[in-house]
Design a protein around this ligand. Structure first.
Ligand SMILES: [Zn+2]
Length: 72
């Protein structure tokens, strides 16, 4: 009999795939970006921005709403 050890399965593929290349207005081409949390709104929404890893310019921003229907 071989082990009863169970490996925890990594939970990838859960919305972890963010846009990693965005058009940078300063570099004028698609650049790798990093996501940064800007602020959290009173309703729980989070505002993120994507900044160019090369020059630090803001390439885009995005408002993420909290998942609806928690609990209940
Ligand atoms: Zn740039």
């Amino acid at each position: 009999m071989l082990g009863g050890a169970r490996r925890p399965q990594p939970r990838e593929s859960y919305g972890s795939l963010e846009a990693s290349l965005l058009l940078c207005p300063a570099c004028r081409q698609a650049m790798p970006v990093r996501k940064r949390l800007l602020l959290v709104l009173p309703d729980g929404s989070e505002k993120h921005e994507y900044v160019c890893r090369q020059c630090g310019a803001t390439c885009a921003d995005k408002l993420e709403r909290p998942a609806p229907g928690q609990g209940f």
